[in-house]
Design a protein around this ligand. Sequence first.
Ligand code: AMP
Length: 216
Amino acid sequence: MLIEKVYFAIDMSQSIVLFGPPGAGKGTQADAIVEATGKPQVSTGDMLRAALAAGTTLGLEAKKYMEAGELVPDDIIIGLIEERMQQDDASEGVLFDGFPRTIPQAEALAEIAEVSLVISIEVPDDAIVGRIVGRRMDPDTGDIYHVTFKPAPAEIAARLIQRKDDNEEAVRTRLTAYHNQTSPLAKWYEEKGLLATVNGNQAMADVGAEISAVLN
Ligand code: AMP
């Protein structure tokens, strides 16, 4: 009988998707992946927050969904990605962070860019609420801290801000959206042979080491 060997081939000229529930540490791990691969990070959450801060029509339209913790409609998100992927720095693939979040988004992405790897960071729900509610951001650098797990140095503590959707009610809605609309994507990508899972319920450095092992 012929035994067929299947290799997990990562084409580094293609895009990578970082996938996981809110508070899984995607942003932190994305920074390390950007450094390791040279790919630009494309975070739909960051793009929407920038649009909101700039007061664009798109930002204002997205605002009510974001603050409630609900997903922004697919057509808005797909439009943002189509535009972003036309920029020069996206030609060698990008690191998607927080996109796709629905099957229609993943189907649209398949038409726009080639994905060679999907890294799923798995964290149980009961670990997530505390992580998110204690999360704080340095608005000057974008660095993320946590009131208990990663306190900021005293000199910057005063300027830290909390995301509007990092409250318990919005987190529960975001988790529901994740389970209903986003988590089916894991199986979708697994069937395509693209999914690698890592344990996100451990120290950040250990999550990073698992991701490096996947990338190498
Ligand atoms: P994030 O920063 O990735 O946690 O995203 C913050 C919020 O932006 C989410 O709770 C959604 O309201 C919205 N959002 C970000 N990315 C997407 C996406 N791919 N699809 C739908 N909504 C999104």
